[in-house]
Write a protein that binds this ligand. Structure first.
Ligand SMILES: Nc1ncnc2c1ncn2[C@@H]1O[C@H](COP(=O)(O)OP(=O)(O)OP(=O)(O)O)[C@@H](O)[C@H]1O
Ligand SMILES: [Mg+2]
Length: 845
């Protein structure tokens, strides 16, 4: 076969994949030659109206007056010309016949759509059946209803909006917040024989947008900013090829209070306004909206429905947020202190190093991960590597060096030039707010069905039913990759460096690292050549890797929403996975610096407080606490595998005396300061931040029995009493931990209650810690967090670290101890507010 006929075959095959009619393709290639773009232009520009009308009347779905989606059957058998171009045309033809029936042959989608869906998912995705929530979402779409899908991470939400494109021959438009997310989905769709593209400012090929608006791709991913610009062309697309559905993925980004807020999501109500029967006369129904997320507190749900202007009969499809194979646990650790790393990561290091020495296989050792100086390139044969090649070929980042140098080297050289600034390492919340998070510019994907769909793909199935066997806890965890989430950029570098030193293949990931480096981390993580990624929340949405075995949070997350979503990246293959939260029980967590309005700060504090309470609760099943947080009834009493279920709750204690003394002290203090009103006036507000401390100190000094009871213990009791409605925060501030307690009426009644009646409670984690360690100095540590400006400054000072990995320590200056700050050495006694006060007073004397 000569070269030109091979090219011709390819062009025809591609056009067939795009769904053009065979006769038109032949006509076009005869007229303009073997070029995909020219042929498309010929079909659309010269005969566009005919083609559109034709495709509408014969191929695509129309709606009957009875509300059911129906295919017109003007050309049911689709006779095709048999042209003897060359042998391979036969293959193409077979493919066309093979591919089309699901979309075009059936009569009434309203009646047997489930059967049609089964065919489609089997053929394209190798999946035998839909999950019940997927069926529900599709049923809403078939009935032209809006739908809000709230389903756990990794449960398969994408399928809900991908199927309509395959059933109808119309386009599905998906609004998605990040380019990397869109890219991942397009790559997967290409593997499954579905054509798609993504549009956004990262799209460097100007023809893709035009083609998308002419209906060339089945699924168009688009960022909200671009969507707003393309309303008119989309209206045209809806009129001509047709739009089956607008899907708004990761719709929690709409929530102003959420951890992933994207302002442009707020403007998506435009979809409901511009794509209705009133605006577009050709429509028989408003184009349905399908909003999807894995993060859905009741508040977020309401915000979504309201701000998208979803219809009143929107169907809400809610699945369980319970992931039975995730083993949650919470551990106490001084995570801000690098001296804790050895203790906390020893086990993890052992897991990987034992494996590395006993089982050194080539596929696990990527040459690029020989961090020190090897410049060779990865030679992985993993199928995903070819997809990443597409991305790697495009180096639009001016910071990038040539591909062969490897991006770790790039990171090293770029970072070397930066100074070790606090802003750089520990700035604001580390969100990739920009849609072009990875700045990739390749953005169209033409799918080719694999020869045998079933053989090529392994699907991760998240079990829908809870696993009943407690033996799951005994199962050894497999060797899959680990993600360690840390609050600050600096910690990504420190911890990855620490782990690397022991021979584990780890890398840091945060928003300020060069894009080429971030891309490389994604690539190696997906290829299984990277064992551990130490990341800020920037390693975020859409990380859909089935075999992640451990998610470690090293430091308090900012909310349970964020925690649940990040932890949800573990165990998507349904096998056991660990989700461990290491947090410093001695410190009340504080918000990461970020610009917030007063209202926003209040809400953020409330979310952080819920997260703190999750960690401090030592008596309730972790999974239960989490799913109940999302408004779900937890049917099982326990998950049976979390640390609380395994270790059992602590012993119940009767704390009647302590509770009474505490409330009495609060009541007396409040009366003395504020009179009987039991309400803190505005002027007093600022003074009150340390009331809890004062109260505890008073009790400890006045009541001998409690002299040795630590502040942490009382702090825990205060939370219990607050939860029971016996005390409340006296200021109108929302604090993570109650600071200025006032008794409630219920609390005052409690003081009068019968003395013999016990007050049984489960002690909280900080109380247990305090009991365990009586020598712990309660007051010295209190308030030392970011909430305290002095200690915050202090915390921001670089500490003494033993930097050994040269690329990870880009600031290393040989000849100087890099971690130690020379400019701001503070005498130890001046490091606390109390210390400074004492020093001042003694100077005065
Ligand atoms: N019915 C099904 N049967 C088996 N596997 C499925 C089914 N539906 C989806 N999957 C698989 O589940 C995995 C996760 O799917 P998907 O990425 O859509 O999850 P998601 O709910 O969107 O997760 P996230 O919240 O992280 O975005 C995919 O690998 C997909 O192939
Ligand atoms: Mg998803």
């Amino acid at each position: 076969m000569d070269e030109s006929s091979v090219k011709l075959d390819k062009v025809i095959a591609e056009l067939v994949d795009m769904g053009f009619r065979f006769s038109r393709i032949i006509e076009a290639v005869n007229a303009v030659g073997p070029s995909v773009d020219a042929a498309i232009n010929y079909i659309f520009d010269d005969n566009r109206d005919d083609e559109m009308v034709e495709s509408h009347s014969s191929d695509s779905l129309t709606e009957k007056g009875n509300g059911k989606r129906v295919l017109s059957s003007s050309n049911p058998s689709r006779p095709m010309k048999q042209l003897k171009l060359n042998e391979s045309i036969k293959t193409v033809e077979t493919k066309l016949v093979d591919q089309s029936p699901d979309r075009i042959e059936e009569e009434d989608i309203g009646q047997d759509w489930e059967l049609r869906v089964e065919n489609v998912i089997k053929k394209h995705f190798g999946i035998s059946s839909l999950k019940s929530f997927q069926k529900e979402a599709l049923a809403a779409w078939v009935a032209h209803q809006d739908c809000l899908v709230l389903a756990a991470t990794g449960s398969g939400k994408s399928l809900c909006f991908q199927i309509p494109a395959l059933l109808t021959g119309k386009v599905v438009v998906v609004i998605s917040p990040l380019i990397s997310l869109m890219r991942d989905q397009c790559m997967k769709l290409a593997k499954h024989g579905v054509s798609s593209c993504y549009l956004g400012s990262a799209q460097k090929d100007p023809t893709v947008e035009g083609k998308a608006m002419r209906g060339v791709y089945d699924i168009v991913y688009i960022c909200p900013e671009t969507l707003l610009r393309l309303i008119k062309p989309l209206q045209e697309l809806a009129t001509k090829r047709g739009i089956a559905l607008f899907a708004i993925d990761e719709v929690h980004c709409i929530s102003k209070w959420g951890h992933d807020f994207r302002p442009d999501y707020w403007r998506l109500s435009v979809l409901r306004e511009k794509f209705t029967t009133k605006k577009l006369k050709c429509l028989k129904f408003d184009i349905p909206l399908m909003a999807l997320t894995a993060t859905a507190t009741i508040q977020v749900r309401e915000e979504v429905l309201k701000s998208l202007h979803m219809s009143e009969d929107t169907r809400i499809v809610l699945t369980s947020f319970f992931r039975p194979n995730l083993r949650f646990s919470v551990k106490n650790s001084r995570t801000r202190d690098p001296n804790s790393y050895e203790k906390d990561f020893r086990e993890l290091i052992n897991i990987y190093t034992t494996k590395n020495t006993s089982d050194v296989t080539e596929d696990l050792i990527s040459p690029e991960l020989v961090y020190a100086s090897d410049n060779s390139c990865s030679t992985s044969n993993d199928s995903s590597s070819e997809l990443f090649d597409v991305l790697d070929g495009i180096e639009d980042d001016p910071l990038c060096e040539s591909r062969n140098r490897g991006s770790f080297q790039t990171a090293k050289s770029v970072l070397k030039e930066k100074s070790m600034s606090v802003e750089y390492l520990e700035g604001e919340c580390d969100l990739l707010k920009d849609v072009d998070d990875l700045d990739v510019s390749c953005a169209e994907f033409f799918g080719k069905l694999p020869a045998k769909a079933n053989d090529d793909f392994q699907f991760s199935v998240t079990p829908e039913r809870p696993i009943e066997s407690p033996e799951l806890f005994e199962e050894p965890l497999g060797l899959g990759p680990t993600i360690i989430y840390v609050p600050t950029r600096m910690e990504t570098l420190l911890i990855s460096d620490f782990i690397c030193n022991f021979g584990v293949k780890a890398a840091a990931y945060h928003a300020k690292l060069p894009k080429s480096h971030l891309r490389q981390v994604h690539k190696e993580f997906h290829e299984n050549s990277l064992e551990v990624v130490v990341a800020t929340i920037a390693f975020g949405m859409g990380i859909d890797k089935s075999n992640v075995r451990r998610i470690i949070h090293y430091g308090w997350p900012q909310s349970l929403e964020a925690y649940h979503q990040e932890a949800g990246r573990a165990g998507r293959d349904g096998k056991l996975a660990d989700c461990v939260l290491y947090a410093d029980f001695t410190k009340v967590p504080t918000l990461l610096p970020s610009q917030r309005t007063e209202e926003h700060a209040k809400r953020a504090n409330k979310m952080l407080s819920d997260c703190f309470r999750y960690g401090m609760n030592a008596s309730c099943c972790r999974a239960k606490t989490l799913v109940q947080y999302f408004g779900e009834e937890f049917n099982n009493e326990k998950c049976q595998i979390c640390d609380v279920c395994i270790n059992g709750p602590p012993k119940v204690q009767d704390l009647k005396d302590e509770a009474k003394i505490f409330i009495k002290a609060i009541a007396q203090y409040a009366k003395r300061r504020f009179g009987d009103g039991l309400c803190v006036n505005k002027e007093a507000r600022g003074v009150e931040s340390s009331t809890l401390k004062l109260l505890v100190r008073t009790i400890c000094t006045k009541v001998q029995k409690y002299a040795a009871t630590g502040f942490l213990w009382w702090r825990g009791l205060a939370r219990i009493l607050e939860d029971k409605g016996l005390i409340r925060e006296g200021t109108n501030m929302t604090n993570v931990q109650i600071r200025c307690p006032l008794p409630t009426h219920l609390g005052l009644e409690f003081l009068q209650s019968i003395p013999d009646e016990p007050f049984h409670v489960y002690p909280e984690a900080d109380m247990l810690l305090s009991e365990k360690n009586k020598s712990y100095s309660p007051f010295a540590e209190w308030g030392k967090g970011w909430a305290d400006p002095e200690s915050y400054q202090e915390e921001r000072q670089p500490r003494r670290y033993s930097w050994t990995n040269p690329w990870i320590n880009p600031f290393r200056d040989p000849g100087r101890n890099p971690g130690r700050s020379t400019s701001r050495r503070v005498k130890p006694e001046l490091r606390t507010v109390r210390g400074r006060l004492i020093s001042k007073l003694s100077k005065k004397k």
